[in-house]
Design a protein. Sequence first.
Length: 388
Amino acid sequence: MPLLDATHEEFRSVVRAFCADVVAPAAPVHDESGEFPTEVILACGRQGYLGLPIPEDYGGAGADYLSYLVCVEELARVDPSVAITVEAHTSLVCNLLYRFGSEDQKQSWLRPLASGTKIGAFALTEAGAGSDAGGTKTTARLDDAHWVINGSKMFITNAGTDISLLAIATARTADDAVSAFIVPVGTPGFEIGRSLRKIGWHASDTRELAFTDCRVPEDHLLGEAGKGFRQFLTQLDDGRIAIAALAVGQSQGCLDACLTYVKNRHQFGRPIEQFQAIQFKLADMATKIHHARLAVYEAGRLRQEDKPFKLEASMVKLFATEMAVDVAREAVQVHGGYGYIEEFPVARFYRDAKVLEIGEGTSEIQRIVIARELGLDADLRTPSSDGS
């Protein structure tokens, strides 16, 4: 039985056509300027792509999870910055609100996010709490029916755009308890820092956030008090599959660019597609992408069927993101000197690839999770490179 059916492939064709018409032409422009692609993201919203797996009752498209993965893959095929904007918003914010929010929270906050007019941010990482997200220092205390939040977050996506609605932030409510809070943009004491300059994902919004006696109503607690860290970790499993789909899509973009280039680039009197060294590179790239794609859909199927998928999520995140770095490097090599020139998309893909091994759990963290799921005595507090 195929992992995707005809409906999924029809949907892929629709998203691919949208990407060709709307996303691809703007990608190099926003990459060069570093400006957030507001109009592109709003266009994604009008297509229903900002709330694909969310039920229609809450403003979403009511699509299945595999359709969402197909969408992320196709967006990343032409612009990983747009893909990560959609992925962080959907996997880490909309799904978190849908899974743990009250009915009032879903109607008030999830609806505008899932309907595609606003985006949200997932505020977990801190300057001193990346892979060790349990080391959260941000605090929240209850005072006169309000939570008072103090602390800061680092490397947060989607918080500082013209269409940002809120951040869902973790804060320590007791020595041994972390809770999650809905913090609307514009709340006094909630400061959104400057846009951070990055190697890649130039059009993705990434900032530091600061909370200084930031007061939000008591009903802005998301889920149960003291369960915020567990809620975020649960949602990260979702995000890891989606990041793997992004890695597959970006890698397919690299391969597509190479297939076009090698037919038109001539050396020694003939197109370089005729050289076995080039053929082997492309064959290896295609094989890796194929297997990563199958693993993404298998993990997505498990998630869609409400079966355990933590092991598969970490496996596919590890495999697909490291594959994406390899494929992007080889794509630049195939292009030779032109691969190092910004006019060629593989240069952008090369810059965009590295962060995939860091965000939403580093490769080192994925290996620890996998080892634990295999029954080994793996300590999640083992030092590793920063990122979550």
